[in-house]
Each structure stands twice: as C-alpha cells, then as structure tokens.
Design a protein around this ligand. Structure first.
Ligand code: ATP
Ligand code: MG
Length: 225
C-alpha cells in the first residue's frame, strides 16, 4: 500500500497548432505525491508549469497518460464526477487570482461551498476564521477592486482552503507580489497547509519559495526531474 494522494502515469501534453504541427509541452511524466507532502515545481517561463498543474488538478486533459487522485483515474470520470471531485477534494490558486469582481472577499471565499451546496453557518464561521488568520478580518465586505494585490491573493488562498481540500494546487501564488509581501503570504499559506494537513503542489519560478517545500522538481525540456 502506498500513501500517494496523486499519481501520474505517462503524462504527456501537446498542442496542435493552426499549421497542423504539434507542439509538445511535456511527455511521459511519472510523478507521485504523498498525502500531506509539499512539493514545488520550478521551471522557466513557457516550460509548461501551468499546463502541467491544470492537468494534475483536472482542469485540462492530457494528450496521453493519466492522473489519479485518491486512487481514481481522472481521465475515466464524467465531467460531473470530475467537478464534484474538484469541489470536494482539490483547491486551486491561479496564477492571476481569478476572484469574481461582483462578489465580496467573504463571498469569494465561500464560493466553493456555495457551488457545492454546502454554504451553511459552519462554513461561514470557518471562512471568518481563515480570513482573520490571513489578516483580512476588516476586509470581508470589500470587493476585489477595493483590495490590494496581496490582499486579493490572500482571498484566493482562503477560497482554495475553505473546503479543507486534500490537495492544494498553487500556480505562482505570490508571483505578482513584492518580495516581502510574497514571503509573508507564503508563511501564512504554509501554516494553513500544515494545520489542515493537506498536500501542496506549488509552481513557481522563485527558487527561494521552492526551497521551502519538502521536495523540489524542475520542469525542463518537457521532463520533470
Ligand atoms: N492553448 C494553447 N495552445 C497552444 N499553445 C499553448 C496553449 N497553452 C499554452 N501553450 C504553450 O505551452 C507552453 C507552456 O505554457 P505554460 O503556460 O504551461 O507555461 P508556464 O511554464 O506556466 O509559463 P509562465 O512561467 O510564463 O507562467 C507555452 O509555450 C505556451 O505558448
Ligand atoms: Mg504559468
């Protein structure tokens, strides 16, 4: 019995260009993530980090190979099953925060619960707890346009952890923050991750951030090493 929460087998991704030529992004990636582990993936711009992360999180499909989460093959799931799995077990922080502009910080945080029909009193209390921990107690009623960059990113973190997911995927979660703010946000993020005992895959081009995870991988020339 292994303790892997996520595993990939022969994972490959290529895009077909308008000319008909194939653009291979990565191929034959065999990767596994242990429950509770923190992993970073570094790589230069355009190396395929976002593409890989989106496939790992079931947001995009590979060209070949498959991803399994909790022993279940994502490629064999219906889109409804996949949505449900993502909603219940996975949290995603996008490279650009992707908050909904017409909802407040609190409502954005609660969105996964609202979508999963689980927006009850406990959920709201938990959202309040997380936002408070992230230093946003006085920003809950602010709309994204009324928040600073670092505050927006912290709301995106709150939204990713609200469901107490088994795996958090973070795509350059601090990429558009200044260095001091980035490390501060990362500190809070790692302490939440530890508290929830959730696994974390973080994509970054920042080696300092990558050094703070237990394992560090590099995506280079379509291979993960
Ligand atoms: N839908 C698409 N169609 C064609 N090519 C794509 C598509 N999406 C991404 N690519 C190409 O795939 C490559 C990898 O993109 P990706 O966004 O995964 O890189 P990245 O490592 O996340 O880069 P960055 O650090 O700049 O965010 C890029 O060269 C990009 O042009
Ligand atoms: Mg990217």
């Amino acid at each position: 019995m292994n303790n892997n929460i996520l595993q990939t087998t022969g994972l490959s991704k290529a895009f077909t260009q308008s000319s008909g030529d194939k653009l291979e992004i990565f191929s034959d990636i065999n990767f596994s993530l242990e429950a509770g582990a923190t992993v970073s993936i570094v790589g230069s711009s355009g190396s395929g980090k976002t593409s890989l992360l989106q496939i790992l999180a079931g947001l995009d499909k590979p060209t070949a190979g498959y991803v399994s989460v909790d022993g279940k093959n994502l490629q064999q799931m219906s889109s409804n099953q996949l949505c449900q799995l993502r909603n219940e077990k996975l949290g995603f922080i996008y490279q650009f925060h992707h908050l909904l502009p017409e909802f407040t910080a609190l409502e954005n945080t609660l969105m996964p619960l609202i979508i999963g029909n689980k927006n009850n009193k406990e959920g709201k209390e938990y959202a309040g707890y997380i936002l408070n921990k992230l230093g946003l107690a006085k920003r809950m009623e602010h709309y994204p346009s009324q928040l600073s960059g670092g505050e927006r990113q912290r709301v995106a973190i709150a939204r990713a952890v609200i469901n107490q997911p088994k795996i958090i995927f973070a795509d350059e979660p601090t990429g558009n923050l200044d260095n001091t703010t980035a490390h501060h946000v990362l500190d809070i993020f790692l302490s939440l991750q530890e508290e929830l005992n959730t696994s974390l895959i973080v994509v970054t081009h920042d080696h300092e951030i990558a050094n703070r995870t237990q394992q560090k991988y590099t995506l280079h020339n379509g291979k993960l090493a």
